[in-house]
Design a protein around this ligand. Structure first.
Ligand code: COA
Length: 254
């Protein structure tokens, strides 16, 4: 079965991570499938809402580290960047249901969702620095805006996980639920939205986002250029190799 499942029903397109044995980490091929699904959902007039969900035990472990080592995204057209631009500019409502670990892009993509429902086991983290990298998905702009600078620095410089209740308090999450209920609740909210007039949803979202829509894409492009360069540098290569070798990274020489 595919690592990304796409299912459309009752005006709701649902994109599900389906790579549990690798903790729903995301390969380049998966990003391509996600980018295609997002583009199709944006263009398809029968789709009114997009839902992104994982499993009740894990949302996503972020980028597949082996895949990133072997085929790092080289250009702005790389599938990961195509997917990020797709959700950042998605005109209709996007809902995420997050339970268990949400690492890296598993957390940063949530800043582009309109509603986020979390299982009480959700653990969010943005460990880019620990991997010798910098933030992506415009998170270097959006996290400080939402969290305030000092809490953003804690999340992005220390890269330590924070749990569902902290995410609720910071405004990243709308509601915390038992993990077995998060996906179902997101689907129910999606159906509520899908019953509303689409033109009003689109215009309301556009008006809320327009203040910095261009700025977000610019920040994403700047981060993407740095991220792509840093992936090839010694710090990231040491971090990724250490992960593959199941040892602690040694940054003393980088
Ligand atoms: N890329 C590639 N493989 C990954 C992965 C990733 N991002 N995350 C997990 N896996 C693999 C593990 O290597 C392991 O493989 P193995 O069975 O061959 O040993 C398998 O998935 C299960 O992961 P494991 O670490 O044993 O699960 P866990 O429940 O103890 O921990 C996480 C789950 C998500 C907390 C942990 O896997 C993790 O921190 N992963 C790395 C996250 C990361 O740094 N992502 C990059 C962000 S840019």
């Amino acid at each position: 079965m595919s690592d990304i499942l796409v299912h459309t029903e009752d005006g709701v397109a649902t994109l599900s991570f389906n790579r549990l044995e690798r903790k729903n980490s995301i390969t380049s091929a998966m990003y391509a499938a996600m980018a295609d699904a997002v583009e199709q959902a944006a263009a398809d007039a029968t789709v009114r809402v997009l839902v992104i969900q994982g499993h009740e035990t894990v949302f996503s472990a972020g980028n597949d580290i082996g895949d990133f080592l072997n085929q790092p995204p080289a250009t702005a057209d790389a599938p990961v960047f195509r997917f990020l631009r797709g959700i950042a500019s998605f005109p209709k409502p996007v809902i995420a249901a997050v339970s268990g670990p949400a690492v890296g892009i598993g957390t940063t993509l949530l800043f582009h969702c309109d509603l986020v429902y979390a299982g009480d086991n959700a653990a969010f983290s943005m460990p880019f620095v620990n991997l010798g990298l910098c933030p992506e998905a415009a998170s270097s702009l959006l996290v400080p805006q939402m969290f305030g600078y000092h809490r953003a620095a804690e999340a992005l410089l220390l890269g330590e996980p924070f749990m569902a209740e902290a995410a609720l308090e910071a405004g990243l999450v709308n509601r915390v639920l038992p993990p077995t209920e998060a996906n179902g609740y997101a689907q129910a909210q999606a159906r509520k939205l899908a019953a509303k007039p689409l033109s009003a949803l689109i215009e309301t979202k556009r008006l809320m986002k327009q203040g910095q829509a261009t700025r977000v894409l610019e920040q994403m492009a700047e981060e993407g250029a740095s991220f792509g360069r840093m992936l090839r540098e010694p710090a990231a290569r040491e971090a990724f190799t250490a992960f593959m070798e199941k040892r602690k990274p040694d940054f003393s020489k980088v």
